[in-house]
Design a protein around this ligand. Structure first.
Ligand code: CTP
Ligand code: MG
Length: 224
């Protein structure tokens, strides 16, 4: 079965707050996107890779990624739209699709392999999850209105893996936007299964996450 990756990298990175798009922010001297693509390309089972770039940066990103075998196409106004553009760019022979945020640039090869293994074992949708460490409360204004039972909560990461036709059907539905692709598959009433996530697959969102990412890279360079 042929495996493709859709890599959304078309966001602005407003929470990083530097004016530079997140995918081009430097991490250990290289753009975040380069780290992300290198990680994906280190997975032997992955064939075609489609990168979603901000509309004005398609050429720049294609040049940056020219040493790697990837296709760069324009993203959309939100993440979901970017993924849709990616799905439209896939070759006809692709059976399985992983959707992976470029912002999770340090997701380890083993995580991709676990997601692919779960798909090959018959799952139609797979998400990596971690337990929620903090207590979670509902708050209105500055007032606590409740505490959420944490035992069955999970924080969800990418890569999320799908049987191509299930993901395409999920994205073809009309409905409110979703913050991940699995939520659209859930709306179809299809089963989404979990695999253990990885702390290293955290999403670079705020400046603090860049510090963490630098530390992870330093540790990797030292062989852990
Ligand atoms: N993304 C995308 N197209 C968009 C918006 C987001 O491809 N229109 C991508 C981002 O590039 C990122 C991933 O979706 O790799 C997850 O989004 P997020 O972490 O929210 O990144 P940004 O939207 O760039 O950041 P912010 O929300 O802080 O602006
Ligand atoms: Mg965003």
């Amino acid at each position: 079965m042929s495996v493709a990756v859709v890599l959304p990298a078309a966001g602005r990175g407003e929470r990083l707050g530097s004016g530079v798009v997140k995918a081009l922010r430097e991490l250990a001297g290289e753009p975040l996107l380069l780290h992300a693509v290198r990680g994906v390309r280190a997975v032997p089972a992955i064939g075609c890779v489609v990168v979603l770039a901000p509309v004005g940066l398609v050429n720049d990103m294609a040049v940056l990624l020219s040493p790697y075998d990837v296709v760069v196409v324009p993203g959309g106004d939100d993440r979901q739209e970017s993924v849709r553009h990616g799905l439209r760019s896939l070759a006809a022979d692709v059976d399985l699709v992983l959707v992976h945020d470029a912002a999770r640039a340090l997701a380890p090869v083993s995580l991709f392999e676990e997601v692919i293994a779960a798909l090959r074992a018959g799952a139609e949708a797979v998400v990596p999850v971690l337990p929620v460490a903090d207590t979670v409360k509902r708050v209105v204004g500055d007032r606590v209105t409740g505490t959420v039972e944490r035992t069955d909560l999970r924080a969800v990461q990418t890569p999320q893996g799908f049987v191509r036709e299930v993901l395409e059907k999920a994205h073809a539905q009309l409905g409110p936007p979703a913050t991940d692709d699995a939520a659209l598959v859930e709306r179809l009433g299809r089963t989404v299964v979990t695999v253990p996530g990885s702390e290293e697959a955290f999403k670079v969102t705020t400046p603090f996450d860049l510090l963490l990412a630098e530390t992870v890279l330093t540790r990797r360079a030292r062989g852990r």
